[in-house]
Structure formats: structure tokens, C-alpha cells
Design a protein around this ligand. Structure first.
Ligand code: HPA
Ligand code: ZN
Length: 322
């Protein structure tokens, strides 16, 4: 079986980060917004480092101005995922970018996204669940408003709460109140940690936010006591190897700790993060990992079972995709 045909589960995917450059360029033209500075000559996204990436990301997102744009975006993202064999995906959705954290507006955006997801499930056999996501560098006040949006729409399609953005800004603990709100609403919890900061950041995520999954978390490898804790507590890492190499967290895949973490018994999974920004997709991730670590379709089958177990979905959905 080729990696393309293999059924895949992807747990870490930012919806705006899945926007093909042409999609954003066309919208910018329609709205007469000059975004020429964010594209390379060959049509990709242009940025210098992670922090500049966040700026370019927000500029690209600025042309996604209503539910209809997110409907079209969700359709495009899910078609691209399904084409790579993804049968189940979870996506980060930011009330910040979907109506400016206004609950009524957020409900309209979410309905449009869910509509597109229902259509994609019918047409391409891919299931999507949403993770409402606050943005760390926007601060704890905005995160509380985000958590309120999440509370008001928890259940069904919206199954999780998360945090993205600049890991160097503030601390995980600053967001404990927002996470408590999300937990009380029955949402499952994850946060970006241990990509740009070291092991202490991951400890803070576990201790202060009580998350069950960690976005990235790869720098846990710098502290073997923490690695043991991840194993004992059954914490799942949403690892995005292509993203880490593209952004320079590691110089190349041979230096990436995903295989070491897996050998030590950590629940690792594979995702793309923001595929067109990092010039990747799920088939490329599998091919690169296979080439580097000798992983076979059976290894990826095991990784997918880990992802299914850690998925923020109900058991009926879990059994269907297993
Ligand atoms: N990391 C952190 N925050 C983000 C990302 C990412 O890859 N994409 C969008 N927001
Ligand atoms: Zn991410």
C-alpha cells in the first residue's frame, strides 16, 4: 500500500493555516487588499521566521472577513486533506478571526464551517471536529472571551479548546481561567507547548491548564523525567515534524526527536500544522518519516491508532474511523 492510500488521522491543523496561497491571493484581489508582500515569487507564503510567520498568517487571515469565506476555506482545506488520505481531522478555529470573539457572530461562522464539513463528509468521506482556540499573544482577557464563545457552542461539532500563537508571550498559567471555563463546558483540552520553549513550558501546560494533549511538545526530549511523566499520564503529543524543520526548531529531520519519543513510549501522532505555509502535506510527512526512520505502513497504522484514541470525538465516531 502506498502512503497516499493509507487512511490517516490528523489532530493538529489550523484552518487559516490550511489556506492555499492562491485562495488568499484571489480573496485579496476581490477585496482590493494589497497582500503582495506576503507571497514569494513562486507563489508560496514569504516570511523570515516563526514570529514573522505569525504576522504573515494574520495578514493572510485579514481577507477572511465573513462566514462565507470560512465556508469556502473549510471546503478547500478538507478537499486537500481528503486527497491525501485523511479520513478524520481536527482543526483549530479562532473566534478572534471568526467574528472578533462576538458570540452571535462566532455562531454564524461556526455554522458555515460545520456546513462545509458536513458536505465534505458526504462528498469525500472525511470527518472534521473543531477546537476553539485562543491566541496566546492576544492575552488572557481575549482568551476568556474566546472561552465564552466556546462555552456557548460546546458539544457536537465543537469538541475541544486550545491555544496557539507566540509561546514566548506570557505563561500557560495566565490562561488557567479560560481553560477552566472550557473544561466546565465539557470541552477536551490541548495547548501549544514545547515548540519554542523547553520542558518547563510543557510542565506548566500539564500543571496549570490540565491538558490531555500537547501541540508539538517535542522539546520534552530535553528532560527524561518529563518524558516518563508523559508516558505515565498517557499524554498525547500532536507532533508536526515538517513544521518544526521548516521553522528551524530542528535543522533537519534526522535531528528531530519524534522517533526517540516514540521509542520511549510517548503517545506521538503526526500532523501538518499549516500545510501550505510549511510546504507539506500528510503524504509528504509519511514519506519523509519513512525515509528518515525506516517507518513502514504498519508503523503509521500504529500512529493512527494512537491518534484515534486521543481524538476529541465520541466513541461512535472513534469506532467508525478505527
Ligand atoms: N503555531 C502556533 N500558532 C499558530 C500556528 C502555529 O503553527 N499556526 C497558527 N497559529
Ligand atoms: Zn500549531
Amino acid at each position: 500500500m502506498s502512503f497516499k492510500e493509507q487512511s490517516k488521522v490528523e489532530l493538529h491543523l489550523h484552518i487559516e493555516g490550511g489556506a492555499p496561497p492562491d485562495f488568499i491571493r484571489t480573496l485579496a484581489k476581490e477585496k482590493s487588499v494589497d497582500l503582495s508582500g506576503i507571497f514569494t515569487e513562486d507563489g508560496g507564503y514569504a516570511y523570515r521566521d516563526f514570529w514573522h510567520f505569525l504576522e504573515v498568517y494574520e495578514a493572510a487571515t485579514s481577507v477572511l472577513t465573513g462566514p462565507e469565506e470560512f465556508r469556502r476555506l473549510t471546503k478547500a482545506v478538507l478537499e486537500a486533506c481528503a486527497e491525501k488520505g485523511v479520513v478524520y481531522a481536527e482543526t483549530f478555529l479562532s473566534p478572534d478571526f471568526c467574528g472578533g470573539r462576538d458570540v452571535a457572530a462566532w455562531k454564524d461562522y461556526l455554522a458555515a464551517i460545520q456546513d462545509a464539513a458536513t458536505e465534505a463528509e458526504r462528498d469525500h468521506g472525511i470527518t472534521l471536529r473543531g477546537i476553539a482556540t485562543c491566541i496566546r499573544h492576544f492575552g488572557p482577557e481575549f482568551a476568556r472571551e474566546t472561552a465564552l464563545c466556546a462555552q456557548e457552542t460546546a458539544g457536537g461539532f465543537l469538541t475541544g479548546f486550545g491555544m496557539g500563537g507566540d509561546e514566548k508571550s506570557g505563561s500557560q498559567g495566565d490562561f488557567a481561567y479560560a481553560y477552566d471555563m472550557a473544561r466546565e463546558a465539557g470541552l477536551r483540552l490541548t495547548t501549544h507547548a514545547g515548540e519554542w520553549n523547553g520542558p518547563d513550558e510543557i510542565r506548566a501546560a500539564l500543571d496549570d491548564l490540565k491538558v490531555e494533549r500537547i501541540g508539538h511538545g517535542v522539546r520534552a526530549i530535553e528532560d527524561l523525567a518529563l518524558v516518563e511523566r508523559l508516558v505515565e499520564d498517557g499524554v498525547t503529543l500532536e507532533v508536526c515534524p515538517g513544521s518544526n524543520v521548516f521553522l528551524g526548531v530542528y535543522p533537519d529531520l534526522s535531528a528531530h526527536p519524534i522517533a526517540k519519543l516514540r521509542e520511549r513510549g510517548v503517545n506521538v501522532t503526526v500532523s501538518t500544522d499549516d500545510p501550505p505555509f510549511f510546504r507539506t502535506d500528510m503524504v509528504k510527512e509519511y514519506q519523509d518519516l519513512s525515509r528518515q526512520f525506516g517507518w513502514t505502513p504498519e508503523d503509521f497504522r500504529e500512529l493512527n491508532l494512537v491518534a484515534i484514541d486521543a481524538a476529541f470525538c465520541d466513541d461512535a465516531t472513534r469506532n467508525r474511523i478505527r
